[in-house]
Design a protein around this ligand. Structure first.
Ligand code: AMP
Ligand code: MG
Length: 486
């Protein structure tokens, strides 16, 4: 096996930050997919990844030269309750690679066996979640949303016991970082201020180098993380994405989408949309995502208190001031994003109240009229390009309500149809299509997975030969709940 030029900075941190582990061996791995363009970005040889030696690495059967496999320690609030000890229980960080673009990225195997953080879990992953994460994370990347990426998916040839037995898989995740809000919480909860400081220094050096120049680097770091999260959540909402499990251990500090368990895309517009089968109270509904992100960031601010100032009062003031920045940053991104989706000029946002009420009115109409969120903006783009509004109006229960809304939109000024085409996707990973790909994979038929992955790689382009992928689920196909499948 050739050496891969891993450069493992996290493994140089003190012992308490991680545990050294070895991936488990699996009986008869087979390759489902390697992401060629991403491999190239990382400086990896796609052809080699597809050889038996490459497959051995991607399945956990062999550790390449230069890798130093570790499981990272972290804590986290899950559905509001704090667990002081979570950590990588079914994920193993192989190492870091610096790509041709100079960006350092983690390469991690998900489902490669137990670690000291597995608690009662088996450290394995069923194939379903592997297929889901591959499809949805790559779709997010193609939609231009910051996200962890999919380098590869393999089937392990063994069975994983869940509610039912399922074929097992290993997913290779690539991320700018696997550090989470929960990583800071881990040290804060133990009162390990020196480790907390070391973690903050590491994150600043690797991800927020500008913060080092600041008078108060910890505050600048907090501001930076808050800003990236605000931007991320706004982008999620603009494509109807519902993360589903926005726990602080799933809130990554670079602002990439991480953990595609019970996530899904909203079809009929409803701000209360949830998918996770374990989210009974709608804590993580589409419309609640900004307030939950703010809550998660408040937990981060709390964890950082010892670094924000020497005395507690000043530290609290710093934390509060930083958190106050969230709603301004989020609202600006949110309104500006919808401005683009409506094709309106930047001047739209000069009256923020007016802009917000324009957006909210549209949401109200969509909710009352049971309009598919993605198709609405897709057909609105066509109307802006000169098409007849027939298909757009057909989305409304009562087309005259659509007509009325459309008059307001026409009156709002000239439209930038080119800009609309870059922000209003035609193809999103609709839940029933993801489910179809998963069901195929479970039978050993990867054709639906391959087809969907290819369609989703070009979400903004017309693909008339794949027009059926534009459509929401028919009555019998609706997937109302998704499960993490852990
Ligand atoms: P998640 O809900 O996927 O964010 O995972 C929450 C925690 O549970 C993390 O510490 C995971 O590593 C751990 N976990 C989830 N599934 C498993 C599993 N099958 N085996 C061991 N640990 C797991
Ligand atoms: Mg997680």
């Amino acid at each position: 096996m050739p050496g891969i030029e891993f450069d493992n900075t996290y493994a140089r941190l003190p012992d308490g930050f991680f545990a050294r582990v070895s991936p488990a061996s699996v009986p008869s791995p087979s390759l489902i997919k390697v992401n060629g363009p991403l491999a190239t970005e990382l400086g990896l040889d796609e052809a080699w990844l597809k050889t038996p030696a490459g497959l051995a690495m991607l399945s956990g059967n062999a550790v390449p030269t230069g890798a130093e496999p570790i499981a990272m320690a972290y804590a986290g609030h899950q559905f509001g309750g704090f667990s002081p000890q979570l950590g990588d229980g079914r994920a193993i960080l192989l190492g870091e690679l610096v790509g041709a673009d100079g960006v350092r990225r983690d390469v991690q195997l998900k489902g490669a066996g137990q670690t000291p953080f597995s608690r009662n879990g088996d450290g394995k992953s069923p194939l379903g979640p592997v297929i889901r994460e591959y499809l949805v994370s790559e779709a997010m990347a193609a939609l231009g949303i910051p996200t962890t990426r999919a380098l590869a998916a393999v089937a392990t040839g063994e069975w994983v016991q869940r509610e039912e037995s399922q074929p097992g898989g290993v997913f290779t995740r690539v991320a700018q970082s696997h550090i989470r809000v929960g990583t800071f919480q881990f040290f804060a909860a133990r009162g390990e201020t020196e480790s907390l400081r070391e973690l903050a220094d590491y994150v600043i050096a690797r991800h927020y180098p500008d913060a080092r120049q600041s008078e108060n680097p910890a505050r600048a770091l907090l501001d930076g993380i808050i800003d990236r999260q605000a931007c991320l959540i706004a982008k999620w909402m603009q494509v109807g994405f519902v993360h589903g499990v926005m726990n602080t251990d799933n809130t990554q500090i670079v602002g990439e989408t991480i953990d595609f368990g019970p996530c899904a895309f909203m079809e009929l517009f409803d701000a209360r949309t949830v998918f996770s089968s374990i989210d009974h109270r709608g804590r993580y509904a589409w419309g609640k995502q900004p307030s939950i992100a703010h809550w998660n960031l408040a937990r981060l601010a709390e964890a950082l208190l010892p670094l924000l100032a020497d005395d507690e009062d000043s530290a609290l003031k710093q934390a509060e001031a930083a958190l106050e920045g969230f709603s301004g940053a989020f609202n600006a991104q949110f309104v500006d994003g919808f401005r683009r989706k409506f094709g309106l000029a930047p001047s739209f946002a000069t009256d923020p109240k007016g802009a917000e009420s324009f957006v909210n009115l549209c949401f109200d109409v969509m909710a009352q009229q049971k309009v598919d969120f993605t198709l609405f903006f897709r057909h609105l783009t066509r109307v802006a390009g000169g098409a007849s509004p027939e298909q757009l109006l057909a989305l409304f229960d009562d087309p005259s309500a659509g007509q009325q809304w459309l008059e307001g939109w026409h009156a709002a000024g000239p439209k930038n149809v080119e800009a609309m085409r870059t922000v209003n996707p035609i193809f999103i990973p609709r839940n029933h299509r993801v489910e179809e790909a998963i069901q195929g994979a479970l039978r050993g038929d990867y054709a639906p997975f391959e087809r969907l992955d290819a369609v989703l790689a070009r979400p903004f382009e017309e693909q008339p030969e794949h027009a059926e992928f534009e459509n929401p689920a028919k009555a019998g196909e609706i997937v109302s709940h998704t499960f993490c499948g852990t």
